[in-house]
Design a binder for this molecule. Structure first.
Ligand code: NAD
Length: 287
Protein backbone atom coordinates (compact mmCIF):
# COMPACT_ATOMS: atom_id res chain seq x y z
CA UNK A 1 0.00 0.00 0.00
CA UNK A 2 1.19 3.52 -0.69
CA UNK A 3 -0.36 6.17 1.53
CA UNK A 4 -2.17 9.19 0.15
CA UNK A 5 -0.28 12.30 1.18
CA UNK A 6 -2.39 14.94 2.92
CA UNK A 7 -0.96 18.18 1.59
CA UNK A 8 -0.89 20.69 4.45
CA UNK A 9 0.55 23.44 2.29
CA UNK A 10 -2.34 23.29 -0.20
CA UNK A 11 -4.97 22.97 2.52
CA UNK A 12 -3.45 25.85 4.48
CA UNK A 13 -3.49 28.04 1.34
CA UNK A 14 -7.18 27.27 0.88
CA UNK A 15 -7.95 28.06 4.52
CA UNK A 16 -5.93 31.29 4.42
CA UNK A 17 -7.84 32.37 1.31
CA UNK A 18 -11.15 31.79 3.13
CA UNK A 19 -9.85 33.79 6.10
CA UNK A 20 -8.71 36.64 3.85
CA UNK A 21 -12.22 36.76 2.35
CA UNK A 22 -13.77 36.91 5.83
CA UNK A 23 -11.33 39.68 6.82
CA UNK A 24 -12.25 41.65 3.70
CA UNK A 25 -15.97 41.28 4.44
CA UNK A 26 -15.43 42.30 8.07
CA UNK A 27 -13.35 45.33 7.12
CA UNK A 28 -16.00 46.43 4.62
CA UNK A 29 -18.81 45.96 7.13
CA UNK A 30 -17.21 47.67 10.12
CA UNK A 31 -14.72 50.07 8.55
CA UNK A 32 -11.67 48.68 10.36
CA UNK A 33 -9.54 45.56 10.02
CA UNK A 34 -9.30 43.09 12.90
CA UNK A 35 -5.87 42.90 14.52
CA UNK A 36 -3.60 40.15 15.80
CA UNK A 37 -1.27 41.09 18.66
CA UNK A 38 1.88 39.00 18.99
CA UNK A 39 3.96 39.23 22.15
CA UNK A 40 7.51 37.91 21.95
CA UNK A 41 9.73 37.96 25.02
CA UNK A 42 13.48 37.41 24.78
CA UNK A 43 15.63 36.32 21.84
CA UNK A 44 14.92 32.62 21.29
CA UNK A 45 15.77 32.28 17.56
CA UNK A 46 13.10 29.63 16.87
CA UNK A 47 10.42 31.77 18.52
CA UNK A 48 11.54 34.77 16.47
CA UNK A 49 11.14 32.76 13.27
CA UNK A 50 7.68 31.48 14.31
CA UNK A 51 6.44 34.95 15.24
CA UNK A 52 7.77 36.44 12.01
CA UNK A 53 5.92 33.79 10.00
CA UNK A 54 2.69 34.33 11.90
CA UNK A 55 2.86 38.11 11.44
CA UNK A 56 3.59 37.79 7.74
CA UNK A 57 0.68 35.39 7.24
CA UNK A 58 -1.61 37.66 9.28
CA UNK A 59 -0.66 40.67 7.16
CA UNK A 60 -1.29 38.68 3.97
CA UNK A 61 -4.78 37.87 5.26
CA UNK A 62 -5.43 41.60 5.75
CA UNK A 63 -5.18 41.56 9.56
CA UNK A 64 -3.64 44.52 11.42
CA UNK A 65 -0.30 43.75 13.03
CA UNK A 66 0.24 44.70 16.69
CA UNK A 67 3.64 43.30 17.56
CA UNK A 68 5.45 43.74 20.87
CA UNK A 69 8.95 42.49 21.56
CA UNK A 70 10.03 42.64 25.21
CA UNK A 71 13.55 41.92 26.50
CA UNK A 72 14.36 38.55 28.10
CA UNK A 73 14.54 40.21 31.53
CA UNK A 74 11.02 41.69 31.28
CA UNK A 75 9.24 41.34 34.63
CA UNK A 76 5.88 39.72 35.30
CA UNK A 77 4.21 43.12 35.98
CA UNK A 78 5.58 44.50 32.70
CA UNK A 79 4.24 41.61 30.65
CA UNK A 80 0.98 41.62 32.58
CA UNK A 81 0.53 45.36 31.92
CA UNK A 82 1.09 44.85 28.19
CA UNK A 83 -1.41 41.98 28.01
CA UNK A 84 -3.86 44.13 29.99
CA UNK A 85 -3.56 46.95 27.42
CA UNK A 86 -4.05 44.56 24.52
CA UNK A 87 -7.03 43.00 26.29
CA UNK A 88 -8.67 46.44 26.51
CA UNK A 89 -7.84 47.53 22.96
CA UNK A 90 -10.89 47.01 20.71
CA UNK A 91 -8.66 46.96 17.59
CA UNK A 92 -6.93 43.84 18.89
CA UNK A 93 -9.12 40.83 18.13
CA UNK A 94 -6.59 38.16 19.09
CA UNK A 95 -3.60 37.99 21.44
CA UNK A 96 -0.79 35.49 21.08
CA UNK A 97 1.89 35.15 23.75
CA UNK A 98 4.71 33.24 22.08
CA UNK A 99 5.92 30.27 24.15
CA UNK A 100 8.25 29.24 25.66
CA UNK A 101 8.78 32.22 27.95
CA UNK A 102 12.19 33.05 29.42
CA UNK A 103 12.93 31.38 32.76
CA UNK A 104 11.44 33.27 35.69
CA UNK A 105 8.13 34.15 34.02
CA UNK A 106 5.04 32.16 34.99
CA UNK A 107 3.57 31.08 31.69
CA UNK A 108 0.28 29.88 33.21
CA UNK A 109 -0.38 33.10 35.09
CA UNK A 110 0.48 35.25 32.06
CA UNK A 111 -1.45 33.20 29.49
CA UNK A 112 -4.49 33.36 31.77
CA UNK A 113 -4.49 37.17 31.56
CA UNK A 114 -5.59 36.86 27.93
CA UNK A 115 -9.38 37.23 27.80
CA UNK A 116 -11.00 34.01 26.60
CA UNK A 117 -12.61 35.79 23.63
CA UNK A 118 -9.16 36.95 22.40
CA UNK A 119 -7.37 33.67 23.16
CA UNK A 120 -6.52 32.74 19.56
CA UNK A 121 -4.02 30.08 20.71
CA UNK A 122 -6.74 28.41 22.81
CA UNK A 123 -4.33 27.91 25.70
CA UNK A 124 -5.96 29.73 28.62
CA UNK A 125 -7.52 27.72 31.42
CA UNK A 126 -10.88 29.13 30.33
CA UNK A 127 -10.48 27.99 26.70
CA UNK A 128 -9.27 24.56 27.75
CA UNK A 129 -12.27 24.30 30.08
CA UNK A 130 -14.66 25.13 27.24
CA UNK A 131 -12.96 22.47 25.11
CA UNK A 132 -13.21 19.87 27.88
CA UNK A 133 -16.92 20.63 28.26
CA UNK A 134 -17.52 20.66 24.52
CA UNK A 135 -18.75 24.27 24.64
CA UNK A 136 -18.06 26.75 21.82
CA UNK A 137 -14.71 28.49 22.03
CA UNK A 138 -11.41 29.11 20.27
CA UNK A 139 -9.51 25.84 19.92
CA UNK A 140 -5.71 25.36 19.99
CA UNK A 141 -4.32 25.84 16.49
CA UNK A 142 -2.24 22.72 15.93
CA UNK A 143 -4.95 20.23 17.00
CA UNK A 144 -7.55 22.16 14.95
CA UNK A 145 -5.25 21.86 11.96
CA UNK A 146 -4.94 18.12 12.54
CA UNK A 147 -8.73 17.66 12.51
CA UNK A 148 -9.06 19.82 9.42
CA UNK A 149 -6.49 17.64 7.63
CA UNK A 150 -8.31 14.44 8.56
CA UNK A 151 -11.61 15.94 7.41
CA UNK A 152 -10.13 17.10 4.12
CA UNK A 153 -8.95 13.56 3.43
CA UNK A 154 -12.39 12.15 4.25
CA UNK A 155 -11.09 10.08 7.17
CA UNK A 156 -14.02 8.88 9.27
CA UNK A 157 -13.62 9.89 12.92
CA UNK A 158 -16.99 8.84 14.32
CA UNK A 159 -16.46 5.47 16.00
CA UNK A 160 -12.83 5.27 14.85
CA UNK A 161 -10.00 3.96 17.05
CA UNK A 162 -7.67 6.93 17.53
CA UNK A 163 -4.33 7.00 19.32
CA UNK A 164 -2.58 10.27 20.16
CA UNK A 165 1.10 9.99 21.09
CA UNK A 166 1.78 12.87 23.48
CA UNK A 167 -0.28 14.50 26.24
CA UNK A 168 0.96 18.11 26.15
CA UNK A 169 -1.45 20.99 26.74
CA UNK A 170 -0.44 22.49 23.43
CA UNK A 171 -0.96 19.48 21.17
CA UNK A 172 -1.60 15.97 22.50
CA UNK A 173 -4.26 16.61 25.10
CA UNK A 174 -6.43 19.02 23.07
CA UNK A 175 -6.05 16.80 19.98
CA UNK A 176 -7.44 13.91 22.02
CA UNK A 177 -10.34 16.09 23.23
CA UNK A 178 -11.22 17.15 19.69
CA UNK A 179 -11.14 13.54 18.48
CA UNK A 180 -13.32 12.51 21.42
CA UNK A 181 -15.84 15.21 20.51
CA UNK A 182 -15.94 13.83 17.00
CA UNK A 183 -16.90 10.40 18.27
CA UNK A 184 -13.55 8.62 18.15
CA UNK A 185 -12.49 6.09 20.78
CA UNK A 186 -9.34 7.80 21.98
CA UNK A 187 -6.21 6.47 23.66
CA UNK A 188 -3.49 8.86 24.76
CA UNK A 189 0.00 7.34 24.77
CA UNK A 190 2.84 9.18 26.50
CA UNK A 191 6.34 8.82 27.88
CA UNK A 192 5.23 6.25 30.48
CA UNK A 193 3.28 4.08 28.03
CA UNK A 194 4.53 0.49 27.89
CA UNK A 195 4.73 -1.35 24.56
CA UNK A 196 3.94 1.74 22.46
CA UNK A 197 3.76 -0.17 19.17
CA UNK A 198 1.10 -2.51 20.57
CA UNK A 199 -1.03 0.47 21.54
CA UNK A 200 -0.54 2.42 18.32
CA UNK A 201 -1.17 -0.58 16.06
CA UNK A 202 -4.82 -0.42 17.16
CA UNK A 203 -5.19 3.04 15.69
CA UNK A 204 -7.17 3.81 12.56
CA UNK A 205 -6.14 7.41 13.24
CA UNK A 206 -2.66 7.94 14.68
CA UNK A 207 -1.45 11.38 15.78
CA UNK A 208 2.28 11.53 16.51
CA UNK A 209 3.17 14.41 18.83
CA UNK A 210 5.94 13.08 21.08
CA UNK A 211 8.68 15.38 19.83
CA UNK A 212 11.02 12.45 19.14
CA UNK A 213 12.46 12.25 15.62
CA UNK A 214 11.58 9.00 13.82
CA UNK A 215 9.75 7.49 16.82
CA UNK A 216 6.96 6.03 14.68
CA UNK A 217 8.06 3.22 12.38
CA UNK A 218 6.04 0.88 10.15
CA UNK A 219 5.84 -1.48 13.11
CA UNK A 220 3.72 1.10 15.00
CA UNK A 221 1.15 1.52 12.25
CA UNK A 222 -1.99 -0.43 11.43
CA UNK A 223 -2.25 -1.01 7.67
CA UNK A 224 -4.47 1.66 6.11
CA UNK A 225 -4.35 4.02 9.11
CA UNK A 226 -4.34 7.81 8.81
CA UNK A 227 -1.03 9.02 10.29
CA UNK A 228 -0.65 12.69 11.20
CA UNK A 229 2.87 13.77 12.05
CA UNK A 230 2.96 16.80 14.33
CA UNK A 231 6.65 16.57 15.23
CA UNK A 232 9.10 19.12 13.85
CA UNK A 233 12.84 18.58 14.14
CA UNK A 234 15.64 20.52 12.54
CA UNK A 235 18.40 18.23 11.26
CA UNK A 236 21.41 18.78 9.01
CA UNK A 237 19.39 17.41 6.10
CA UNK A 238 16.37 19.66 6.78
CA UNK A 239 13.12 19.32 8.72
CA UNK A 240 11.82 15.92 9.79
CA UNK A 241 8.99 14.67 11.96
CA UNK A 242 8.18 12.02 14.57
CA UNK A 243 7.22 9.57 11.82
CA UNK A 244 9.60 7.71 9.50
CA UNK A 245 7.86 8.91 6.40
CA UNK A 246 9.35 6.57 3.77
CA UNK A 247 8.61 3.31 5.56
CA UNK A 248 5.31 4.35 7.16
CA UNK A 249 3.90 5.56 3.84
CA UNK A 250 4.12 1.97 2.61
CA UNK A 251 1.79 0.83 5.45
CA UNK A 252 -0.49 3.79 6.15
CA UNK A 253 -3.56 4.78 4.15
CA UNK A 254 -2.94 8.52 4.60
CA UNK A 255 0.11 10.39 5.86
CA UNK A 256 1.17 13.99 6.39
CA UNK A 257 4.68 15.09 5.34
CA UNK A 258 7.17 17.19 7.30
CA UNK A 259 7.65 19.87 6.13
CA UNK A 260 4.40 20.73 4.35
CA UNK A 261 1.99 19.01 6.74
CA UNK A 262 0.73 20.16 10.12
CA UNK A 263 3.12 23.18 10.32
CA UNK A 264 1.41 25.34 7.68
CA UNK A 265 -2.01 24.33 9.02
CA UNK A 266 -1.13 25.64 12.49
CA UNK A 267 -0.60 29.15 11.11
CA UNK A 268 -3.75 28.92 8.99
CA UNK A 269 -5.79 27.98 12.08
CA UNK A 270 -4.34 30.93 14.03
CA UNK A 271 -5.58 33.30 11.32
CA UNK A 272 -8.98 31.58 11.23
CA UNK A 273 -9.26 31.91 15.03
CA UNK A 274 -8.42 35.63 14.79
CA UNK A 275 -11.18 36.43 12.31
CA UNK A 276 -13.59 34.24 14.30
CA UNK A 277 -12.70 36.21 17.45
CA UNK A 278 -13.31 39.50 15.60
CA UNK A 279 -16.66 38.32 14.21
CA UNK A 280 -17.75 37.03 17.63
CA UNK A 281 -16.86 40.36 19.28
CA UNK A 282 -18.72 42.31 16.61
CA UNK A 283 -21.87 40.17 16.99
CA UNK A 284 -21.64 40.43 20.78
CA UNK A 285 -21.52 44.24 20.49
CA UNK A 286 -24.67 44.31 18.32
CA UNK A 287 -26.70 41.94 20.51
P1 NAD B 1 5.99 18.25 24.63
O1 NAD B 1 7.43 17.95 24.85
O2 NAD B 1 5.31 19.27 25.49
O3 NAD B 1 5.16 16.90 24.78
C1 NAD B 1 5.63 15.68 24.28
C2 NAD B 1 4.71 14.57 24.73
O4 NAD B 1 5.18 13.35 24.18
C3 NAD B 1 4.66 14.39 26.26
O5 NAD B 1 3.31 14.34 26.66
C4 NAD B 1 5.35 13.05 26.50
O6 NAD B 1 4.73 12.30 27.55
C5 NAD B 1 5.21 12.33 25.17
N1 NAD B 1 6.34 11.45 24.91
C6 NAD B 1 7.65 11.72 25.08
N2 NAD B 1 8.38 10.64 24.76
C7 NAD B 1 7.53 9.66 24.40
C8 NAD B 1 7.69 8.32 23.99
N3 NAD B 1 8.89 7.74 23.87
N4 NAD B 1 6.59 7.61 23.70
C9 NAD B 1 5.37 8.16 23.80
N5 NAD B 1 5.15 9.44 24.18
C10 NAD B 1 6.23 10.17 24.50
O7 NAD B 1 5.87 18.62 23.10
P2 NAD B 1 4.68 19.35 22.27
O8 NAD B 1 4.71 20.81 22.52
O9 NAD B 1 3.40 18.61 22.46
O10 NAD B 1 5.21 19.11 20.78
C11 NAD B 1 5.38 17.81 20.25
C12 NAD B 1 6.07 17.91 18.91
O11 NAD B 1 5.24 18.65 18.03
C13 NAD B 1 7.41 18.65 18.92
O12 NAD B 1 8.26 18.05 17.96
C14 NAD B 1 7.05 20.05 18.50
O13 NAD B 1 8.13 20.71 17.86
C15 NAD B 1 5.95 19.76 17.52
N6 NAD B 1 5.00 20.84 17.33
C16 NAD B 1 4.65 21.11 16.06
C17 NAD B 1 3.71 22.08 15.81
C18 NAD B 1 3.32 22.36 14.39
O14 NAD B 1 2.78 23.39 14.11
N7 NAD B 1 3.56 21.41 13.49
C19 NAD B 1 3.13 22.81 16.85
C20 NAD B 1 3.49 22.49 18.14
C21 NAD B 1 4.42 21.49 18.38
Amino acid sequence: MTATIIDGTALAAESRKETAERVTAFTRAYGWAPGLATVLIGDDPASEVYVRRKRKAAAEAGLEDFHHHLPADASHPQVAALIGELAEDPRVSGILLQLPLPAGLDRYALVDLIPVEKDVDGLTTASQGLLARGLPGLRPCTPSGVIRMLDSAGVRLDGAEAVVIGRSELVGHPAAELLLRRGATVTIAHSRTRALAEVTRRAEVLIAAAGIPGLVTAEHVRPGAAVIDVGIHRTDSGLTGDVRFAEVSRTAGWITPVPGGVGPMTIAMLLANTITAAENAAYAAIR
